[in-house]
Design a protein around this ligand. Structure first.
Ligand code: 6R9
Length: 581
């Protein structure tokens, strides 16, 4: 390690199949990547064909695509040919249930093999794969399904009971529920199908739905600062971004065993936990169990994981668990580690270099960008604490509100020049929201602030809006506030992200109670629990503070900015719009 200015630099070694400086900003990399796909020669497009069937018809046919491990060490493995056959069959099941090109199919499953088979099969019939976090509960599920008029959901009996049954009658478009892993005593209701039984009788012969590159195939619901969650639409063309960045940013090669720890309910678990690695023909590990340091290290040890894509909160928890836990396992197989979702603390990288004998390569992107935008590539000197440099073919900049590019060191809006293959093509049913991303002429606006240094590395400063990142999960304050207001005791609620050493941020709620309610500890617990069961296990306030009233604008909007400044002891800023009543 050596120091350059105030920044520590680690020189990286290793085989390099990317000449960063040659490829940078030329845009050729995307054209180059197309040559690796069948559609470049046949004109017949489907991301599932390129991710699975193409390999099933090649020397990779008997290569393991998926090493699956369950919560109790149950394990299964699937080759590319097996995944092709299973997704062909499930494609027939979907068609028999009436699913057609363009239909929205929700997958509300734990990370069991059925989730991955579903994702591929949904793409194969030309429908839109909409993954939902297992942690979501009824109202979050209902709002998302109604927003895009979902026709089908694939789930398990337990999740159905928590997330679907309470709201089934409120989602008129939902025709079919496919139930996975039900035991013999399960009673199928109207419109419900048994995954296993359907698969047993489904024909093997399948006809792929050939699509246009610009046809939608993936939709992720994500949160903004106002309003309900938005459906971010990605098209088959996104495969180019998934593929090239998995190769270059994750440095994935044919002999790797790759493990992305993310759930597909988060974009990382779809772009880099389903499509990216399979588009590269790689073997990937999926662990369906919960996080413990022992469980995670033992996955790396037993599966001989070589490339590991994870997130800052997990790394901080591993650091907290202590070096002794790491020492119990053989982690020597690891050759490359990457992280995304929130800023990665320099001390975590330094700790990683000691314990894993490897640096952790941070990268940056978001649901809407579909693939990594900025990264610490393996062949660049790593600047600890920086997000790295733009992916070749991507032009990123820091600009002021008018779009003027700012000089090095000056913070401003982090923006990206549209468009690239995996950029979102729309927000479902919401042209207005989509347009907001292009409010600075000529740029896609990320909503983050950053600065560039004189070497062209990007440094994250923060969100410019109220979006909260907690344990790497993106949570919109509005959704939490709406859930809070449904509690009988809450008159007003304002929600902020409060910095936290482990979770990055925690959700803190300020609540004004209705008359007659007393702000007890008991009530705090009850309210937290209420949000958990309505919205999601990760989106509840870990901290609640009762206040007699909340700061509002004259038009009655809660001023989260003021709550946050008060909480952090910062200047309150411009209070011209504050209603001083
Ligand atoms: C992939 C993903 C996107 C937001 C993004 C930014 C934050 C992501 C980061 C980072 C600091 C990094 N973010 N990577 N902040 N350093 N390396 O996380 O997608 O859930 O849509 O969140 O996450 O604020 O705008 P998503």
């Amino acid at each position: 390690m050596r120091k350059v200015g105030s920044v520590e630099v680690v020189e990286k070694f290793g085989v390099c199949n990317l000449d960063y400086h040659k490829t940078c900003n030329s845009g050729w990399c995307f054209d180059e990547a197309k040559k690796d796909f069948d559609w470049n020669y046949t004109g017949l497009v489907n991301i599932a064909h390129e991710a699975i069937d193409r390999h099933a018809a090649s020397w990779r046919k008997n290569k393991v695509a998926l090493y699956w491990e369950g919560p109790n060490r149950e394990h299964e493995k699937y080759t590319f040919s097996e995944l092709k056959a299973l997704s062909d069959k499930f494609g027939n099941v979907l068609r028999k249930a009436g699913i057609q090109k363009g239909d929205r199919v929700f997958v509300y499953l734990p990370r069991i093999p059925e989730l991955y088979i579903s994702a591929i099969a949904i793409a194969k019939v030309g429908a839109i794969f909409a993954p939902l976090f297992g942690g979501f509960r009824a109202e979050a599920v209902r709002d998302r399904m109604n927003d895009c008029e979902a026709r089908m959901v694939i789930t398990t009996p337990d999740m159905k009971r928590l997330g679907i049954d309470p709201i089934r009658a409120e989602v008129p478009s939902l025709e079919t529920v496919i139930v996975c892993k039900a035991d013999a005593s399960y009673k199928y209701g109207e419109g419900e199908l048994n995954f296993d039984a359907e698969m047993t009788y489904a024909p093997e012969e399948f006809k792929m739905e050939w699509c246009h590159l610009e046809d939608p195939v993936i939709m992720h619901y994500t949160s903004g600062t106002t309003g309900k969650s938005k459906g971010v639409v990605h098209v088959h063309n996104a495969m180019i971004g998934h593929y090239i960045t998995t190769k270059w940013v994750q440095d994935l090669r044919d002999d790797d065993v790759y493990w992305c720890t993310a759930d597909p309910g988060w974009v990382t678990g779809t772009s880099y936990g389903i499509f990216g690695p399979w588009l590269c023909g790689a073997s990937q590990v999926i662990y369906a169990g919960r996080f413990t340091a022992d469980a995670w290290y033992s996955i790396i040890d037993r599966h001989k994981v070589t490339v590991w894509y994870t997130a800052p909160t997990a790394l901080r928890m591993l650091m907290k668990a202590g070096d002794d836990v790491a020492a119990k396992y053989n982690l020597k197989s690891l050759r490359y580690i990457t992280s995304v979702g929130e800023p990665l603390n320099p001390e975590v990288i330094r700790w990683g270099m000691k314990v894993y004998d490897l640096p952790i390569h941070e990268n940056y992107w978001m649901t809407e960008t579909g693939c990594n935008m900025i990264a610490n590539f393996y062949n660049l000197p790593l600047k600890i604490g920086s997000m790295g440099k733009p992916v070749p073919g991507i032009q990123a900049a820091v600009v002021d509100d008018k779009g003027n590019v700012l000089p090095p060191g000056v913070p401003g809006n982090l923006v990206i020049k549209p468009e690239w293959p995996s950029m979102m093509r729309g927000i479902w049913n919401n042209e207005e929201k989509f347009k907001e991303y292009f409010r600075i002429p000529g740029w896609y606006v990320t909503g983050d602030s950053a600065c560039v240094d004189s070497d062209g590395y990007f440094w994250f400063m923060g969100r410019v809006d109220d979006v909260i990142k907690t344990s790497g999960e993106r949570v919109g304050p509005f959704e939490v506030e709406s859930a809070l207001l449904e509690h009988p005791a809450c008159a007003e609620a304002g929600v902020i992200g409060k910095p936290d050493p482990l979770y990055g941020n925690i959700i803190k709620a300020f609540i004004a109670l209705k008359p007659g309610f007393e702000g007890t500890e008991e009530l705090k617990r009850e309210i937290s629990e209420f949000v958990k069961t309505k919205l999601a296990a990760h989106a509840y306030p870990r901290e609640i503070e009762f206040k007699s009233s909340l700061p509002k604008t004259r038009s009655g909007k809660i001023m989260r900015r003021v709550l946050k400044a008060q909480e952090l002891g910062l200047p309150l800023g411009d209070l011209a719009t504050l209603d001083d009543e």
